[in-house]
Design a protein around this ligand. Structure first.
Ligand code: GUN
Ligand code: FE
Length: 457
């Protein structure tokens, strides 16, 4: 690949190179990268590395490569509900909007139809790695895993565990049934065909949240987790005040929401905690100690009136943070929309603290473009414990990438102006983040393979 590349480096900086040469081997991993190669020197640069007869994909003016987006939290069965029920807060929204839709996935044919279009839409939004919640249904969640694997997306897929405080038509009959179906799903996912060293699709334990799981169920899931240190865990935490109060009443013996998960061995370095809007200081310290990650879902946090998560504070505490769309709490399956709302959420907090001490690095400050890029890519990879293999362009990592096209042409949001050549790559990235959408995502690659985007169809 030869052309413009943006690459996250840290929460404070990113690289932007106009003329970069990236070599991707047959395994789909990056063999080498050379920055700032004149177009007349590309063949020489290839020959010098013994790559004389390779096909070079040349990007045009107004196109650049960026590591693929990582969605650290979404609900595949809620995609059909996008944009509905915005008058509710969390617990009423679950009861009136979400559980009725999720219960439809007892119908496997419905799951097949729905998940095929859901996964296609999420891939074409530029999401190369996705943490999916399914429903409580084993068969439907197997279907989701099969579809994601066939499409070539990288993903973690979990079957929701729910054995209490759920409607009678949408609840698991027993702890044993819930654990047994979870084990069956894990086995199913582990036998899916894969060409990559680390399989693209992996299972993830998914206790929906503490309210919907009895202590014996959480204990059983903790035992499954203890038996496999690599098994990721995803759940919700401290999203909404009524939810937090209800959780406290269900676990009177523990000091906090986070402590409840921890008491079952569910808080560890590969746990993904969605929302974390209203954490107490002792919970922030516990999460930092356990090295668990937080999925920041700002669109959902605004939409369900949950609150504004203090992400800068978490970053200053050294907690890993990635972005989540949380469809359909959030009304967009695109990480671009999460980027936009993460920026606005950080500005809301900055406004509330205007004039106060600003000596901290991130607390109470607006997120920079570098931070937003990081959260959408490398930060998400850290949260998924995948940062050694994805999240940025580096030798040995997988080529999981999006090819962005901001040229002013038919079908693209026409905000870029005519004079692209005079525009910096940094300026293009910022406009893409705030005004772009899936029409600007020309190609989506996972493990070096083209799997989606506007030019894929
Ligand atoms: N808490 C428990 N279940 C859910 C869900 O489906 N979405 C959100 N946003 N929060 C939850
Ligand atoms: Fe959620």
């Amino acid at each position: 690949y030869y052309g413009a590349v943006v690459n996250p480096v840290s929460l404070k900086s990113f690289e932007a190179h106009r003329a970069c040469l990236i070599a991707v081997g047959s395994s789909g991993n990056i063999d080498w990268v050379v920055e700032d190669v004149e177009s007349s020197m590309v063949q020489d640069a290839l020959a010098a590395r013994g790559y004389a007869d390779v096909q070079v994909v040349c990007l045009r003016e107004g196109e650049f490569l960026c590591p693929g987006f990582i969605d650290t939290h979404t609900h595949a069965p809620q995609v059909p509900n996008i944009g509905s029920g915005q008058e509710y807060e969390l617990l009423d929204w679950l009861e009136n909007i979400t559980f009725p839709m999720e219960s439809k996935f007892s119908d496997v044919a419905f799951a097949e139809r729905t998940y095929a279009s859901v996964v296609r839409r999420i891939i074409d939004s530029g999401t190369t790695t996705c943490c999916y919640y399914g429903t409580i249904h084993l068969e439907a969640t197997k279907v989701l895993a099969d579809i994601v694997n066939a499409c070539g997306q990288r993903a973690f897929i979990g079957k929701c565990n729910m054995d209490r405080n759920s409607p009678s038509h949408y609840i698991e009959p027993s702890v044993e049934a819930s654990i047994s179906a979870t084990k069956t799903l894990i086995s199913h996912i582990k036998q899916l065909p894969s060409n990559a060293d680390e399989p693209l699709v992996q299972p993830i334990l998914t206790p929906r949240f503490a309210i919907s799981c009895t202590s014996p169920l959480l204990k059983g899931l903790g035992e499954l987790a203890a038996a496999d240190p690599h098994l990721r865990i995803q759940t919700h935490i401290s999203e909404n005040p009524a939810e937090i109060a209800f959780t406290a009443s269900l676990f009177p013996e523990t000091s906090s929401y986070a402590a409840a998960y921890d008491s079952f061995g569910l808080l560890r370095s590969n746990t993904i905690l969605a929302h974390a809007v209203h954490l107490k200081d002792e919970e922030i310290a516990l999460i930092a100690t356990k090295k668990a990650g937080i999925s920041h879902c700002p669109t959902s946090n605004f939409n369900l009136n949950s609150g504004v998560a203090p992400i800068g504070k978490y970053l200053d505490c050294g907690i890993k943070v990635g972005l989540g769309t949380d469809v359909s709490g959030g009304y967009s399956p695109s990480i671009l929309n999460a980027i936009q709302n993460a920026s606005i959420a950080s500005k809301v907090i900055a406004m509330q603290h205007r004039g106060e001490d600003t000596s901290a690095q991130f607390s109470n400050k607006q997120l920079s473009i570098a931070s937003l890029l990081y959260l959408a890519t490398l930060g998400g990879a850290e949260v998924c414990s995948l940062d050694k293999s994805v999240g940025s362009f580096a030798v040995g990592k997988s080529f999981d990438a999006i090819q962005v096209n901001v040229r002013n042409e038919a079908g693209n949001p026409a905000v870029w102006g005519d004079n692209l050549a005079s525009k910096s790559l940094e300026a293009m990235l910022e406009q893409f983040f705030f005004c772009g959408d899936d029409r600007n995502i020309a190609r989506v690659y996972v493990q070096g393979k083209l799997i989606g985007g506007k030019e894929f169809h």
